[in-house]
Write a protein that binds this ligand. Structure first.
Ligand SMILES: Nc1ncnc2c1ncn2[C@@H]1O[C@H](COP(=O)(O)OP(=O)(O)OP(=O)(O)O)[C@@H](O)[C@H]1O
Length: 569
């Protein structure tokens, strides 16, 4: 048996994925950079005014002493800035102890045999349920007050939370196909962790380190404030706060310095954490309004360029940060034709489909010399009703397409009732007809059921039925069979073929599987890095009459072409 070869998970496109610099991230980095600089420079240049006694004891704020002086005449602003170094070092040390030992503990738990792992997880959960500050307080009291003790106490108190987080992340990542494959192939546990788990967990962990740092800073300042942390003559922010406390009513300005520095430091790391989270997931980070280019009034009267049912010419899609995702994609679909789009993950297949369906995600802008479906100019203003009844979408994951809270009947008839102006009874009749068309067993009963009561194949059939019920002229199917097992996949592909033949519906069928596309489509577009690199007829593909090296690679990466899905009549 040959090893199944797939196009690698991490593609060059993904590796070259641009980093999304948000305003918050830049502001956080600048602010933290300034605080870091203060931590380095202030002890070198301000230690005299921060530490030397002077005759200006308990002075109020003035041009010379912005936050006044303490009872020994020491400048409070200088002391707050000088305290930055010790505070940052202690916070970083405590965070490092929690993270390093926590990650080791978590991976150890994940690696352990099942019973030990269960026991470890329960123990960690019990430890996490105790407030960290209380645990740190107890540990510090046992070791004895002081900077080192408080760092150790807070570091240890944070370990269980990081252990649990690591174990949870590891178990989540370990369910992914590539880890399962690695384990099946007998890759040793340690190697699985370093090669597969840790790199895939690094992103969420890095983001959480920022909030861990903020929590450590608050806890350190808290323990110094209650006298368990830094001892005189050293001082951190918390020590400065407790020293200023007796005079809080007479000289309130004394607390401004350390309080402000605590707030600014926490703000900077939280901004960095949020910014990294946003950068890690550009799709969810961009909550701005959808930008589909509204063309000039002239567009609406534009004359059709050719007789194809669908025409896309020079389609470019960019993010609102200026990154171009599609670089001039052009293709046509005739009436009743099935056009396949293949390409590895991230090549731009879905973005092309969504631009064609006028459903681009927020933050993406489309421009083209033409995007037309029938008479509809998809870059211009299109009637919602016309769009909903002309174009239907079938998504990849039938598990997430239907709301778990609603019965199938009400969801399937939604388009018909909203856009088709159909009565409840008529909509139900049409949906029943569509369910029968896709060979759904007991269609009446399915309408009364909730999505979770249907198998994956049934849900996918239901989704196709929902698409068909409105009698669309174009079906855009985005990897509609990827989530299904091979037998169901073949049945669903057969349904597509039959619907296409019976109703002369045009289809844009997206898949990363050349074998599937070869079985179903009349023509195939090969996409790579936002461009169509080759266009092939079904016959050319079947005979492997391909030119582009990327297509050749895709074909070489297709696992089982010798075992095609029997859908061609
Ligand atoms: N809303 C978005 N904002 C920013 N970038 C996006 C957005 N949607 C997609 N992209 C980027 O556009 C590129 C193409 O994505 P697309 O989803 O079209 O790929 P695909 O070929 O359909 O991949 P897959 O098979 O994994 O679905 C990717 O680099 C992706 O990160």
């Amino acid at each position: 048996m040959t090893n199944p070869v797939t196009v690698p998970d991490e593609t060059p496109t993904q590796r070259a994925r641009s980093f999304y610099w948000t305003f918050g991230l830049i502001a956080g980095l600048v602010l933290f950079g300034i605080i870091l600089l203060i931590g380095i420079v202030a002890p070198l240049v301000m230690s005299h005014s921060a530490n030397a006694l002077s005759s200006h004891a308990s002075a109020p704020p003035s041009a010379k002493h912005w936050f006044g002086t303490d009872e020994f005449g020491r400048d409070m602003l200088a002391r707050s800035l000088v305290a930055t170094r010790l505070t940052l070092i202690m916070t970083a040390a405590a965070t490092a102890i929690s993270v390093v030992i926590g990650v080791l503990l978590g991976t150890g738990i994940w690696l352990a045999p099942r019973r030990v792992r269960e026991l470890g997880l329960r123990a960690v959960e019990v430890a996490v349920s105790y407030p960290g500050l209380l645990v740190a307080l107890i540990i510090t009291s046992i070791i004895g007050a002081g900077a080192v003790a408080v760092v150790i106490g807070i570091g240890i108190a944070g370990i269980p939370a990081w252990g649990r987080l690591t174990a949870n992340l590891a178990s989540d990542v370990s369910r992914r196909d590539f880890v399962v494959t690695a384990r099946l192939l007998g890759v040793p546990g340690r190697k699985v962790i370093t090669r597969h788990l840790l790199p895939n967990m690094a992103e969420p962990m890095l983001i959480l380190v920022a909030s861990g740092f903020a929590v450590s800073l608050i806890e350190l300042s808290g323990l110094s404030f209650v006298g368990l942390g830094v001892q005189s003559p050293s001082y951190d922010y918390g020590k400065l706060l407790i020293d200023a406390l007796p005079a809080i009513y007479t000289r309130p300005a004394q607390v401004f310095g350390p309080a402000l520095m605590i707030v600014l430091t926490i703000l900077s790391v939280m901004l960095i954490g949020d910014g990294l989270a946003a950068a890690a997931d550009p799709r969810t980070a961009q909550r701005r309004r959808k930008h589909i280019q509204i063309p000039s009034a002239g567009r609406e009267t534009e004359v059709r360029s050719d007789s194809s049912f669908v025409s896309v010419q020079d389609l470019r899609v960019s993010t609102d940060r200026g990154t171009e995702l599609l670089h001039g994609v052009s293709f046509t679909i005739e009436r009743g034709e099935i056009v396949g789009v293949v390409g590895e993950s991230g090549s731009g297949k879905s973005v092309t489909a969504m631009a064609l369906a006028k459903l681009l995600a927020e933050g993406l802008t489309a421009s083209a010399s033409e995007v037309r479906v029938g008479e509809m100019d998809m870059l211009g203003r299109v009637s919602r009703r016309k769009l909903a009844t002309t174009v239907a979408l079938v998504y990849q994951d039938p598990g997430t397409t239907f709301s778990p809270a609603l019965r199938m009947g009400s969801q399937l008839s939604e388009v018909l009732r909203t856009h088709g102006n159909q009565s409840k009874k008529k909509a139900r009749e049409l949906v029943l007809g569509a369910l029968t068309t896709v060979h759904m067993s007991s269609p009446e009963r399915r309408l009364r059921q909730h999505p979770h009561e249907l198998s994956g194949g049934m849900r996918q059939r239901a989704m196709i039925a929902a698409a068909l019920a409105a009698k669309p002229e174009l079906i855009i199917a985005d990897e509609p069979t990827t989530a299904l097992d091979v037998t169901v996949q073949a049945e669903i592909l057969r349904e597509f073929k039959r619907i296409n033949k019976d109703r002369a519906v045009s289809m844009l069928f997206i898949s990363h599987d050349i074998g599937v596309v070869e079985e179903l489509c009349d023509r195939v577009l090969v996409m790579n890095a936002g461009e169509i690199v080759e266009e092939l007829s079904w016959r050319q593909l079947a005979e492997r009459d391909v030119r582009h090296p990327y297509t050749k690679k895709l074909i070489a990466a297709t696992p089982s072409l010798s075992d095609p899905l029997p859908v061609r009549a």
